[in-house]
Design a protein around this ligand. Structure first.
Ligand SMILES: *[C@@H]1O[C@H](CO)[C@@H](O)[C@H](O)[C@H]1NC(C)=O
Ligand SMILES: *[C@@H]1O[C@H](CO)[C@@H](O)[C@H](O)[C@H]1NC(C)=O
Ligand SMILES: *[C@@H]1O[C@H](CO)[C@@H](O)[C@H](O)[C@H]1NC(C)=O
Ligand SMILES: *[C@@H]1O[C@H](CO)[C@@H](O)[C@H](O)[C@H]1NC(C)=O
Length: 476
Protein backbone atom coordinates (compact mmCIF):
# COMPACT_ATOMS: atom_id res chain seq x y z
CA UNK A 1 0.00 0.00 0.00
CA UNK A 2 1.53 3.31 -0.98
CA UNK A 3 1.60 6.31 1.27
CA UNK A 4 -0.63 8.14 -1.15
CA UNK A 5 -3.17 5.41 -1.11
CA UNK A 6 -3.03 5.33 2.62
CA UNK A 7 -3.91 8.98 2.77
CA UNK A 8 -6.50 8.48 0.12
CA UNK A 9 -8.13 5.94 2.38
CA UNK A 10 -7.94 8.26 5.32
CA UNK A 11 -9.61 10.95 3.38
CA UNK A 12 -12.26 8.54 2.25
CA UNK A 13 -12.91 7.54 5.84
CA UNK A 14 -13.06 11.14 6.92
CA UNK A 15 -15.60 11.95 4.24
CA UNK A 16 -17.72 9.00 5.28
CA UNK A 17 -17.52 10.14 8.86
CA UNK A 18 -18.59 13.59 7.91
CA UNK A 19 -21.49 12.40 5.86
CA UNK A 20 -22.72 10.02 8.50
CA UNK A 21 -22.28 11.92 11.72
CA UNK A 22 -22.05 15.51 10.70
CA UNK A 23 -23.96 15.84 7.50
CA UNK A 24 -25.33 19.10 8.77
CA UNK A 25 -21.86 20.58 8.76
CA UNK A 26 -21.08 19.41 5.23
CA UNK A 27 -24.34 20.84 4.01
CA UNK A 28 -23.32 24.11 5.59
CA UNK A 29 -19.96 24.05 3.81
CA UNK A 30 -21.21 23.19 0.36
CA UNK A 31 -24.07 25.63 0.34
CA UNK A 32 -21.85 28.68 0.60
CA UNK A 33 -23.22 31.17 -1.83
CA UNK A 34 -23.69 34.90 -2.10
CA UNK A 35 -26.72 34.92 0.15
CA UNK A 36 -26.02 34.40 3.82
CA UNK A 37 -26.96 30.93 4.91
CA UNK A 38 -28.08 32.40 8.21
CA UNK A 39 -31.12 34.19 6.79
CA UNK A 40 -34.12 32.74 8.59
CA UNK A 41 -32.34 29.51 9.44
CA UNK A 42 -29.75 27.89 11.64
CA UNK A 43 -26.25 28.16 10.22
CA UNK A 44 -22.76 26.99 11.07
CA UNK A 45 -19.20 27.97 10.14
CA UNK A 46 -17.25 25.51 7.98
CA UNK A 47 -15.35 22.76 9.70
CA UNK A 48 -11.59 22.45 9.46
CA UNK A 49 -8.59 21.05 11.24
CA UNK A 50 -8.37 22.79 14.60
CA UNK A 51 -4.70 21.84 14.72
CA UNK A 52 -3.86 23.76 11.53
CA UNK A 53 -1.88 26.90 12.22
CA UNK A 54 -1.63 26.12 15.93
CA UNK A 55 1.25 24.83 18.00
CA UNK A 56 1.20 21.17 18.93
CA UNK A 57 3.24 20.35 21.97
CA UNK A 58 4.55 16.97 23.06
CA UNK A 59 6.32 15.84 26.21
CA UNK A 60 9.42 14.80 24.34
CA UNK A 61 9.56 17.79 22.06
CA UNK A 62 12.89 19.43 21.41
CA UNK A 63 11.71 22.73 22.79
CA UNK A 64 11.62 21.00 26.17
CA UNK A 65 14.92 19.20 25.68
CA UNK A 66 16.95 21.58 23.54
CA UNK A 67 20.27 20.32 24.87
CA UNK A 68 19.47 16.77 23.77
CA UNK A 69 18.28 17.58 20.30
CA UNK A 70 19.74 20.63 18.65
CA UNK A 71 17.91 19.64 15.51
CA UNK A 72 14.54 17.94 15.47
CA UNK A 73 13.95 16.42 12.06
CA UNK A 74 10.50 15.13 13.06
CA UNK A 75 8.93 17.97 15.01
CA UNK A 76 5.28 17.91 16.19
CA UNK A 77 4.37 20.40 13.45
CA UNK A 78 4.90 17.61 10.91
CA UNK A 79 1.68 15.99 12.14
CA UNK A 80 -0.40 18.92 10.99
CA UNK A 81 1.24 19.87 7.71
CA UNK A 82 -0.72 19.14 4.59
CA UNK A 83 -0.66 15.34 4.08
CA UNK A 84 -1.03 15.80 0.32
CA UNK A 85 1.80 18.29 0.00
CA UNK A 86 4.04 16.62 2.57
CA UNK A 87 3.17 12.93 2.75
CA UNK A 88 6.70 11.99 3.85
CA UNK A 89 6.76 14.00 7.03
CA UNK A 90 5.94 12.81 10.49
CA UNK A 91 6.46 13.44 14.15
CA UNK A 92 8.62 11.06 16.12
CA UNK A 93 8.55 10.85 19.88
CA UNK A 94 11.70 11.13 21.95
CA UNK A 95 13.50 13.28 19.42
CA UNK A 96 17.23 12.96 20.02
CA UNK A 97 16.69 11.42 23.40
CA UNK A 98 17.04 7.79 24.37
CA UNK A 99 15.86 8.41 27.91
CA UNK A 100 12.26 9.00 26.92
CA UNK A 101 11.97 6.12 24.52
CA UNK A 102 10.06 3.76 26.74
CA UNK A 103 8.05 6.48 28.44
CA UNK A 104 4.53 7.55 27.66
CA UNK A 105 4.26 10.60 25.48
CA UNK A 106 1.58 13.19 25.12
CA UNK A 107 0.36 15.33 22.24
CA UNK A 108 -1.41 18.46 23.27
CA UNK A 109 -3.34 21.09 21.35
CA UNK A 110 -4.24 24.22 23.31
CA UNK A 111 -6.96 26.36 21.78
CA UNK A 112 -7.49 30.00 22.71
CA UNK A 113 -11.23 29.63 23.31
CA UNK A 114 -13.98 27.02 23.13
CA UNK A 115 -14.49 25.11 19.88
CA UNK A 116 -16.63 22.18 18.76
CA UNK A 117 -14.75 18.98 18.03
CA UNK A 118 -16.36 16.57 15.60
CA UNK A 119 -13.72 13.91 15.30
CA UNK A 120 -10.06 13.05 15.61
CA UNK A 121 -8.06 10.99 13.12
CA UNK A 122 -4.50 9.89 13.77
CA UNK A 123 -2.37 8.10 11.20
CA UNK A 124 0.58 6.35 12.82
CA UNK A 125 3.88 5.67 11.21
CA UNK A 126 4.86 3.44 14.10
CA UNK A 127 2.63 0.61 15.30
CA UNK A 128 -0.38 2.06 17.07
CA UNK A 129 -0.14 2.20 20.87
CA UNK A 130 -1.62 -0.70 22.81
CA UNK A 131 -3.02 1.82 25.28
CA UNK A 132 -3.96 5.39 24.57
CA UNK A 133 -6.33 8.09 25.87
CA UNK A 134 -7.85 10.97 23.95
CA UNK A 135 -8.94 13.60 26.44
CA UNK A 136 -10.38 17.07 26.35
CA UNK A 137 -10.63 20.01 28.67
CA UNK A 138 -13.39 22.59 28.44
CA UNK A 139 -11.84 24.92 31.03
CA UNK A 140 -8.44 25.75 29.52
CA UNK A 141 -6.72 22.73 30.98
CA UNK A 142 -7.89 22.88 34.59
CA UNK A 143 -9.88 19.65 34.39
CA UNK A 144 -9.69 16.84 31.88
CA UNK A 145 -12.11 14.21 30.78
CA UNK A 146 -11.51 11.21 28.55
CA UNK A 147 -13.36 11.32 25.24
CA UNK A 148 -12.23 7.83 24.38
CA UNK A 149 -9.83 5.28 25.82
CA UNK A 150 -8.16 2.74 23.57
CA UNK A 151 -6.61 -0.47 24.87
CA UNK A 152 -5.95 -3.97 23.60
CA UNK A 153 -7.26 -5.07 26.99
CA UNK A 154 -9.59 -2.46 28.50
CA UNK A 155 -10.03 -4.21 31.84
CA UNK A 156 -6.29 -4.67 32.32
CA UNK A 157 -5.36 -1.09 31.33
CA UNK A 158 -8.27 0.95 32.62
CA UNK A 159 -10.43 -1.43 34.64
CA UNK A 160 -13.26 -0.84 32.21
CA UNK A 161 -15.38 -3.08 30.01
CA UNK A 162 -14.67 -3.00 26.30
CA UNK A 163 -17.63 -0.93 25.18
CA UNK A 164 -18.26 2.78 24.71
CA UNK A 165 -15.71 4.65 26.85
CA UNK A 166 -12.93 2.14 26.31
CA UNK A 167 -12.52 0.26 23.08
CA UNK A 168 -10.10 -2.26 21.68
CA UNK A 169 -10.68 -0.97 18.16
CA UNK A 170 -7.68 0.68 16.51
CA UNK A 171 -5.23 -0.96 18.91
CA UNK A 172 -3.87 -3.77 16.79
CA UNK A 173 -0.13 -3.54 16.17
CA UNK A 174 -0.73 -4.18 12.51
CA UNK A 175 -0.46 -2.56 10.09
CA UNK A 176 3.08 -1.83 11.24
CA UNK A 177 2.81 1.56 9.64
CA UNK A 178 -0.13 3.56 8.40
CA UNK A 179 -2.54 2.36 11.08
CA UNK A 180 -5.34 4.77 11.91
CA UNK A 181 -7.09 5.73 15.09
CA UNK A 182 -10.46 7.40 14.71
CA UNK A 183 -12.60 9.07 17.32
CA UNK A 184 -16.02 10.55 16.76
CA UNK A 185 -17.37 12.84 19.44
CA UNK A 186 -20.96 11.98 18.55
CA UNK A 187 -22.41 8.55 18.18
CA UNK A 188 -24.21 8.73 14.82
CA UNK A 189 -27.01 6.53 16.08
CA UNK A 190 -27.81 8.63 19.12
CA UNK A 191 -30.60 11.18 19.30
CA UNK A 192 -28.11 13.90 20.27
CA UNK A 193 -26.74 13.95 16.75
CA UNK A 194 -29.93 15.35 15.32
CA UNK A 195 -29.61 18.73 16.97
CA UNK A 196 -25.95 19.69 17.11
CA UNK A 197 -26.77 22.92 19.00
CA UNK A 198 -28.68 21.33 21.87
CA UNK A 199 -27.14 21.68 25.30
CA UNK A 200 -26.61 17.95 25.64
CA UNK A 201 -24.76 17.73 22.33
CA UNK A 202 -22.62 20.76 23.02
CA UNK A 203 -21.61 19.31 26.34
CA UNK A 204 -20.08 16.47 24.35
CA UNK A 205 -18.56 18.60 21.61
CA UNK A 206 -16.99 21.64 23.22
CA UNK A 207 -13.39 21.85 24.19
CA UNK A 208 -10.57 24.30 24.81
CA UNK A 209 -7.77 21.72 24.83
CA UNK A 210 -7.16 18.33 23.32
CA UNK A 211 -4.70 15.86 24.78
CA UNK A 212 -3.67 12.53 23.32
CA UNK A 213 -1.82 10.38 25.82
CA UNK A 214 0.23 7.62 24.27
CA UNK A 215 0.43 5.28 27.23
CA UNK A 216 1.86 2.00 26.01
CA UNK A 217 3.72 1.20 22.86
CA UNK A 218 3.90 -2.13 21.14
CA UNK A 219 6.16 -3.60 18.56
CA UNK A 220 4.96 -4.81 15.28
CA UNK A 221 4.97 -8.56 15.13
CA UNK A 222 4.56 -8.77 11.39
CA UNK A 223 7.91 -9.81 9.92
CA UNK A 224 7.36 -7.41 7.09
CA UNK A 225 9.63 -4.86 5.51
CA UNK A 226 10.74 -2.06 7.79
CA UNK A 227 8.66 1.12 7.66
CA UNK A 228 11.13 2.82 5.33
CA UNK A 229 10.24 0.20 2.74
CA UNK A 230 6.88 1.85 2.48
CA UNK A 231 8.24 5.16 1.36
CA UNK A 232 8.42 5.84 -2.31
CA UNK A 233 11.74 5.59 -4.18
CA UNK A 234 11.78 9.36 -4.50
CA UNK A 235 11.75 9.86 -0.73
CA UNK A 236 13.86 12.71 0.47
CA UNK A 237 17.31 11.95 1.86
CA UNK A 238 15.94 13.11 5.18
CA UNK A 239 13.84 10.00 5.39
CA UNK A 240 16.66 7.56 4.86
CA UNK A 241 19.06 9.25 7.27
CA UNK A 242 16.39 9.41 9.93
CA UNK A 243 17.20 7.90 13.32
CA UNK A 244 13.58 7.32 14.10
CA UNK A 245 13.60 3.57 13.64
CA UNK A 246 13.76 3.10 17.39
CA UNK A 247 11.27 5.77 18.35
CA UNK A 248 8.34 4.51 20.34
CA UNK A 249 5.69 6.52 18.56
CA UNK A 250 5.65 8.15 15.17
CA UNK A 251 2.65 9.88 13.63
CA UNK A 252 2.15 11.00 10.05
CA UNK A 253 -0.88 13.17 10.64
CA UNK A 254 -3.23 14.47 13.25
CA UNK A 255 -6.63 15.75 12.23
CA UNK A 256 -8.77 17.37 14.91
CA UNK A 257 -11.79 18.31 12.87
CA UNK A 258 -14.13 20.86 14.31
CA UNK A 259 -15.67 24.29 14.05
CA UNK A 260 -15.87 27.58 15.74
CA UNK A 261 -18.59 27.38 18.47
CA UNK A 262 -21.48 29.67 17.46
CA UNK A 263 -24.70 27.90 18.56
CA UNK A 264 -26.14 27.95 15.04
CA UNK A 265 -26.02 31.75 14.82
CA UNK A 266 -22.98 32.40 12.59
CA UNK A 267 -21.39 31.18 9.37
CA UNK A 268 -18.07 33.02 9.65
CA UNK A 269 -15.46 33.34 12.35
CA UNK A 270 -12.51 35.67 12.78
CA UNK A 271 -9.32 35.47 14.82
CA UNK A 272 -10.09 35.27 18.52
CA UNK A 273 -7.70 38.06 19.36
CA UNK A 274 -5.64 40.51 17.42
CA UNK A 275 -2.39 38.63 17.96
CA UNK A 276 -3.72 36.10 15.44
CA UNK A 277 -4.54 38.69 12.78
CA UNK A 278 -1.24 38.12 11.03
CA UNK A 279 -1.74 34.35 10.94
CA UNK A 280 -0.78 33.13 7.50
CA UNK A 281 -2.32 29.67 7.58
CA UNK A 282 -5.37 29.90 5.38
CA UNK A 283 -6.71 26.63 6.79
CA UNK A 284 -6.82 27.90 10.33
CA UNK A 285 -10.16 27.61 12.12
CA UNK A 286 -10.69 30.87 13.99
CA UNK A 287 -12.58 31.19 17.25
CA UNK A 288 -14.65 34.37 17.34
CA UNK A 289 -18.07 34.22 15.67
CA UNK A 290 -19.53 36.93 13.47
CA UNK A 291 -22.99 36.61 14.96
CA UNK A 292 -26.34 36.91 13.19
CA UNK A 293 -29.92 36.45 14.44
CA UNK A 294 -29.36 39.49 16.72
CA UNK A 295 -27.04 37.52 18.95
CA UNK A 296 -23.74 38.66 20.43
CA UNK A 297 -20.67 37.39 22.25
CA UNK A 298 -17.62 35.48 21.05
CA UNK A 299 -19.82 32.41 20.60
CA UNK A 300 -23.17 34.13 19.92
CA UNK A 301 -24.08 32.89 23.38
CA UNK A 302 -26.18 35.91 24.32
CA UNK A 303 -28.58 38.40 22.78
CA UNK A 304 -27.42 41.72 21.35
CA UNK A 305 -27.96 44.62 23.80
CA UNK A 306 -31.32 45.83 22.44
CA UNK A 307 -32.61 42.29 21.74
CA UNK A 308 -33.41 40.83 25.14
CA UNK A 309 -37.19 40.72 24.85
CA UNK A 310 -37.05 36.92 24.89
CA UNK A 311 -34.56 34.56 26.52
CA UNK A 312 -31.57 33.64 24.35
CA UNK A 313 -31.83 30.26 22.65
CA UNK A 314 -29.50 28.31 20.39
CA UNK A 315 -30.73 27.67 16.86
CA UNK A 316 -32.46 24.33 16.39
CA UNK A 317 -30.21 22.17 14.27
CA UNK A 318 -32.84 19.56 13.51
CA UNK A 319 -35.71 21.85 12.49
CA UNK A 320 -33.44 24.62 11.18
CA UNK A 321 -35.30 27.24 13.20
CA UNK A 322 -32.96 30.19 13.79
CA UNK A 323 -34.50 31.16 17.17
CA UNK A 324 -33.34 34.76 16.79
CA UNK A 325 -33.25 37.22 19.65
CA UNK A 326 -36.19 39.60 19.78
CA UNK A 327 -35.90 43.38 19.78
CA UNK A 328 -37.17 45.34 22.76
CA UNK A 329 -39.53 48.23 22.04
CA UNK A 330 -37.82 51.22 23.66
CA UNK A 331 -39.23 53.85 21.31
CA UNK A 332 -35.75 54.98 20.35
CA UNK A 333 -34.91 56.14 23.86
CA UNK A 334 -32.54 53.32 24.84
CA UNK A 335 -29.80 51.23 23.22
CA UNK A 336 -30.16 48.25 25.52
CA UNK A 337 -32.63 46.24 27.51
CA UNK A 338 -32.49 43.30 29.88
CA UNK A 339 -34.71 40.29 30.23
CA UNK A 340 -37.03 40.21 33.24
CA UNK A 341 -38.67 36.94 34.14
CA UNK A 342 -41.39 38.79 36.01
CA UNK A 343 -42.24 40.93 32.98
CA UNK A 344 -42.15 37.81 30.82
CA UNK A 345 -44.59 35.96 33.05
CA UNK A 346 -46.93 38.91 33.42
CA UNK A 347 -47.06 39.29 29.62
CA UNK A 348 -48.04 35.63 29.31
CA UNK A 349 -44.69 34.66 27.83
CA UNK A 350 -44.58 37.07 24.92
CA UNK A 351 -42.34 39.93 26.00
CA UNK A 352 -39.87 40.19 28.87
CA UNK A 353 -37.61 43.07 27.84
CA UNK A 354 -37.08 46.01 30.18
CA UNK A 355 -35.36 49.02 28.60
CA UNK A 356 -32.23 50.26 30.38
CA UNK A 357 -31.51 53.91 31.18
CA UNK A 358 -34.25 55.53 29.13
CA UNK A 359 -33.03 58.79 27.61
CA UNK A 360 -34.86 62.01 26.66
CA UNK A 361 -36.62 62.20 30.06
CA UNK A 362 -38.60 59.04 29.41
CA UNK A 363 -39.28 56.22 31.86
CA UNK A 364 -41.06 52.89 32.07
CA UNK A 365 -40.36 49.34 30.90
CA UNK A 366 -40.48 50.50 27.28
CA UNK A 367 -39.47 54.16 27.81
CA UNK A 368 -43.10 54.78 26.95
CA UNK A 369 -43.91 57.51 29.47
CA UNK A 370 -42.37 60.70 30.71
CA UNK A 371 -40.31 60.68 33.85
CA UNK A 372 -41.29 62.59 36.96
CA UNK A 373 -41.40 66.32 36.33
CA UNK A 374 -41.97 65.92 32.58
CA UNK A 375 -45.04 65.56 30.44
CA UNK A 376 -45.85 64.48 26.91
CA UNK A 377 -45.57 67.02 24.15
CA UNK A 378 -48.76 65.86 22.52
CA UNK A 379 -48.03 67.09 19.01
CA UNK A 380 -44.80 65.06 18.82
CA UNK A 381 -44.60 61.29 18.36
CA UNK A 382 -43.48 59.19 21.33
CA UNK A 383 -40.27 58.34 19.47
CA UNK A 384 -39.23 62.00 19.25
CA UNK A 385 -36.29 63.10 21.37
CA UNK A 386 -38.52 66.00 22.49
CA UNK A 387 -41.58 63.90 23.25
CA UNK A 388 -41.24 64.71 26.94
CA UNK A 389 -41.11 68.31 28.02
CA UNK A 390 -40.41 69.74 31.45
CA UNK A 391 -43.40 70.62 33.64
CA UNK A 392 -43.87 74.41 33.74
CA UNK A 393 -45.46 75.21 37.08
CA UNK A 394 -45.77 78.61 38.73
CA UNK A 395 -43.67 78.49 41.86
CA UNK A 396 -46.17 80.63 43.79
CA UNK A 397 -49.35 78.89 42.64
CA UNK A 398 -48.29 75.23 42.69
CA UNK A 399 -47.67 72.99 45.63
CA UNK A 400 -44.02 72.72 46.64
CA UNK A 401 -42.20 69.52 45.65
CA UNK A 402 -42.02 66.92 48.41
CA UNK A 403 -38.58 66.48 50.00
CA UNK A 404 -37.80 63.40 47.85
CA UNK A 405 -38.72 65.15 44.62
CA UNK A 406 -36.29 67.19 42.61
CA UNK A 407 -38.68 69.62 40.97
CA UNK A 408 -42.27 70.51 40.28
CA UNK A 409 -44.56 67.71 39.26
CA UNK A 410 -47.30 67.76 36.66
CA UNK A 411 -49.60 65.21 35.13
CA UNK A 412 -47.43 63.13 32.73
CA UNK A 413 -49.96 63.31 29.90
CA UNK A 414 -51.76 66.65 30.29
CA UNK A 415 -49.00 68.67 31.95
CA UNK A 416 -51.46 69.91 34.62
CA UNK A 417 -49.54 71.14 37.67
CA UNK A 418 -50.64 70.57 41.28
CA UNK A 419 -52.16 73.85 42.41
CA UNK A 420 -52.52 75.40 45.83
CA UNK A 421 -56.10 75.91 47.10
CA UNK A 422 -58.07 78.32 44.96
CA UNK A 423 -55.44 78.38 42.20
CA UNK A 424 -56.10 77.24 38.62
CA UNK A 425 -54.67 77.01 35.14
CA UNK A 426 -52.37 74.29 33.76
CA UNK A 427 -49.34 75.93 35.37
CA UNK A 428 -51.25 77.19 38.47
CA UNK A 429 -50.65 80.78 37.50
CA UNK A 430 -53.90 82.53 38.63
CA UNK A 431 -56.92 82.37 40.93
CA UNK A 432 -59.93 80.22 40.10
CA UNK A 433 -63.24 82.06 39.60
CA UNK A 434 -64.60 82.85 43.07
CA UNK A 435 -61.11 83.31 44.54
CA UNK A 436 -58.77 86.26 44.83
CA UNK A 437 -55.37 87.42 46.06
CA UNK A 438 -52.94 85.17 44.16
CA UNK A 439 -49.85 84.67 46.35
CA UNK A 440 -47.65 82.19 48.19
CA UNK A 441 -50.63 80.82 50.11
CA UNK A 442 -52.72 80.36 46.97
CA UNK A 443 -55.95 82.30 46.57
CA UNK A 444 -58.63 83.13 49.13
CA UNK A 445 -62.31 82.57 48.56
CA UNK A 446 -64.31 85.74 47.77
CA UNK A 447 -66.45 86.89 50.66
CA UNK A 448 -69.33 87.78 48.32
CA UNK A 449 -72.52 86.01 47.29
CA UNK A 450 -71.25 85.70 43.74
CA UNK A 451 -67.63 86.46 42.90
CA UNK A 452 -64.99 89.12 43.32
CA UNK A 453 -62.14 90.85 41.58
CA UNK A 454 -59.20 88.37 41.56
CA UNK A 455 -56.75 91.12 42.50
CA UNK A 456 -58.63 93.32 44.94
CA UNK A 457 -61.30 90.92 46.24
CA UNK A 458 -63.92 93.58 45.59
CA UNK A 459 -67.34 92.04 45.09
CA UNK A 460 -68.87 91.98 41.59
CA UNK A 461 -72.49 92.60 40.86
CA UNK A 462 -74.30 90.29 38.46
CA UNK A 463 -73.39 92.31 35.34
CA UNK A 464 -69.75 92.70 36.24
CA UNK A 465 -69.49 89.01 37.03
CA UNK A 466 -70.54 87.90 33.58
CA UNK A 467 -68.15 90.38 32.00
CA UNK A 468 -65.28 89.28 34.23
CA UNK A 469 -65.93 85.60 33.44
CA UNK A 470 -65.92 86.46 29.77
CA UNK A 471 -62.58 88.25 30.22
CA UNK A 472 -61.20 85.26 32.16
CA UNK A 473 -62.00 82.80 29.40
CA UNK A 474 -60.79 85.14 26.73
CA UNK A 475 -57.43 85.37 28.50
CA UNK A 476 -56.96 81.64 29.06
C1 LIG B 1 -4.36 35.97 22.28
O1 LIG B 1 -4.35 34.57 22.15
C2 LIG B 1 -3.18 33.95 22.60
C3 LIG B 1 -3.32 32.47 22.36
O2 LIG B 1 -3.52 32.23 21.02
C4 LIG B 1 -2.97 34.24 24.08
O3 LIG B 1 -1.76 33.68 24.51
C5 LIG B 1 -2.95 35.72 24.29
O4 LIG B 1 -2.86 35.99 25.68
C6 LIG B 1 -4.19 36.37 23.73
N1 LIG B 1 -4.11 37.80 23.84
C7 LIG B 1 -5.14 38.53 24.31
C8 LIG B 1 -4.91 40.00 24.34
O5 LIG B 1 -6.18 38.04 24.67
C1 LIG C 1 -7.34 -8.84 30.01
O1 LIG C 1 -6.65 -8.77 31.19
C2 LIG C 1 -7.24 -9.48 32.26
C3 LIG C 1 -6.47 -9.21 33.54
O2 LIG C 1 -5.23 -8.71 33.28
C4 LIG C 1 -7.25 -10.95 31.90
O3 LIG C 1 -7.85 -11.70 32.93
C5 LIG C 1 -8.02 -11.15 30.62
O4 LIG C 1 -7.98 -12.48 30.19
C6 LIG C 1 -7.47 -10.25 29.52
N1 LIG C 1 -8.35 -10.32 28.37
C7 LIG C 1 -7.91 -10.54 27.15
C8 LIG C 1 -8.95 -10.57 26.06
O5 LIG C 1 -6.74 -10.69 26.89
C1 LIG D 1 17.65 0.67 18.03
O1 LIG D 1 17.69 -0.01 19.26
C2 LIG D 1 18.57 -1.12 19.26
C3 LIG D 1 18.49 -1.86 20.60
O2 LIG D 1 17.71 -1.15 21.52
C4 LIG D 1 20.01 -0.60 19.02
O3 LIG D 1 20.92 -1.68 18.98
C5 LIG D 1 20.04 0.15 17.69
O4 LIG D 1 21.31 0.70 17.49
C6 LIG D 1 18.99 1.24 17.67
N1 LIG D 1 18.95 1.85 16.35
C7 LIG D 1 19.03 3.16 16.14
C8 LIG D 1 18.94 3.60 14.75
O5 LIG D 1 19.12 3.97 17.08
C1 LIG E 1 -36.04 21.36 17.53
O1 LIG E 1 -36.94 20.99 16.53
C2 LIG E 1 -37.43 19.66 16.67
C3 LIG E 1 -38.22 19.33 15.43
O2 LIG E 1 -39.07 20.37 15.09
C4 LIG E 1 -38.23 19.58 17.96
O3 LIG E 1 -38.74 18.28 18.12
C5 LIG E 1 -37.33 19.92 19.12
O4 LIG E 1 -38.06 19.94 20.32
C6 LIG E 1 -36.69 21.28 18.91
N1 LIG E 1 -35.70 21.52 19.96
C7 LIG E 1 -35.82 22.50 20.84
C8 LIG E 1 -34.74 22.59 21.84
O5 LIG E 1 -36.75 23.28 20.84
Amino acid sequence: MSVCRMFGNTRHQVMLLLLSTLGWMIVAVTQSGAVSRCVDQACSPPIGNLASGRTISTLSSCSLLPHLCPEDVHPPAHMTDDPFLHPQTWWASGAGSTATQEQPDEIRLDLETRFCLSHVVLVFRSPRPSAMAIERSADSGKTWEPLQLFARNCSAEFGLPDDSLCTSRYTSATPCSGGEVILRTLDPSSAETRDPYSAATLARLTLTNLRIRLLKSQSCSAPSTPPTGRTSPTASPLTSTSTSENTTYAIFSLLAKGTCLCHGHAEHCVPYNSSQESQQDSNMVFGRCLCTHHTAGDHCEECAPLYNDRPWRPANGSSGEPNPCQKCECHGHSDSCHFSRRAWLSSGGTSGGVCDDCRHNTAGRRCQRCRHGYHRHLSLPLSSAHACTRCRCDQHGSLPPRPDEEGPWCHPRTGQCHCKPGVGGRSCSHCLPGYWGFGDKGCEPCVCPLSCDPNSGQCFDRWLLSSSVATFFAKH
